[in-house]
Design a protein around this ligand. Structure first.
Ligand code: NAP
Length: 258
């Protein structure tokens, strides 16, 4: 099998304090990739950094950062000493609420737009000059099956993921003459803190999302990210959709209710 060695590269992972971002950070460190990890929960990043630096021969920088605040992203990127980033994993994101759009909180709607869309494009814009200097540039965006399939209660979340999708597809076109790949990763249901955040800590509602079938886990998505990052230099995976075996689309899941 053709597999590119990515050791020694530098990756920025947004939202590395939990779920897919954390699993991606572990996968990258195990491949010898140096890391810049950002999220609000700095204590989680601290402990991840300590674990990974002990286990692997990698250097890890951590940044406490709220991706809903543009000025904070600008300051944080400015403060990074070595910005020679090869890989950007645009992962920080969230859904808030699942009520009908006109009943859901407007503040929650705006927060999804700020983090999932604004935060992502601001970070990408600021890091782009450095990624363009890399011989192995790669931008991986966490999109979703929700980008392609509207569902009731998902008006803003689905719209933000469609935004991510179109943004990724457009910059891929803009970058065709540069050594920078762009991949949209589109998972279905992944059992992370995602639903606990969506339902504001309501554990029962969150657990119900993953009941009666084996969902994806964060490590499955990290495995897909590893695949797209380790293809030969001329191979660009533009998009990858991943679902649990019992999931047929964003909203159709076969559940064993026995
Ligand atoms: P998760 O376990 O809730 O992790 C979300 C990560 O995003 C955390 O590290 C969180 O860090 C960070 N984040 C959220 N708001 C932030 C903010 N304002 N500033 C900085 N960081 C912020 O969820 P996940 O499932 O891993 O989700 C990761 C990505 O995958 C998201 O973009 C999500 O839309 C996408 N996705 C998830 C699923 C799924 O079923 N789980 C499916 C498709 C796509 P802090 O809270 O520490 O800041």
């Amino acid at each position: 099998m053709y597999r590119e060695d990515i050791s020694g590269r530098l990756a920025f992972v947004s939202g590395a304090s939990a779920g897919i971002g954390e699993a991606a950070a572990r996968m990258l460190a195990s491949n010898g990739v140096n890391l810049i990890l950002a999220a609000r929960r700095i204590e989680r990043l601290e402990s991840l950094k300590n674990q990974l630096e002990k286990e692997y021969d990698v250097k890890i920088n951590i940044i406490k950062l709220d991706f809903s605040k543009t000025e904070d992203i600008v300051k944080a990127v400015d403060s990074i000493e070595n910005k020679n980033i090869d890989i950007l994993i645009n992962n920080a994101g969230l859904a808030l609420g699942k009520d009908l759009y006109y009943n859901n909180s407007l503040e929650d709607a705006l927060q999804m737009v700020r983090v999932n869309c604004e935060g992502l494009i601001v970070l990408t814009r600021l890091l782009m000059p450095y990624i363009l200097k890399s011989k192995y540039g790669h931008i991986v965006n966490l999109s979703s099956t929700a980008a392609d399939e509207a569902y009731s209660g998902g008006a803003i979340y689905c719209a933000t993921k469609s935004f991510v999708e179109m943004f990724g597809d457009s910059i891929r076109v803009e970058l065709i003459d540069k050594p920078v790949k762009v991949t949209n990763i589109k998972p279905g249901a992944v059992n992370t803190e995602f639903s606990t955040v969506r339902f504001k800590g309501d554990k029962e509602k969150a657990d119900n999302v993953y009941k009666g079938f084996i969902p994806l886990y964060a490590e499955d998505i990290a495995d897909n990210i590893e695949y797209v990052l380790t293809r030969r230099s001329h191979v660009q995976i533009s998009s990858m959709t991943i679902m649990a075996e019992n999931q047929g689309s964003a909203t159709i899941i076969h559940r064993d209710n026995k």
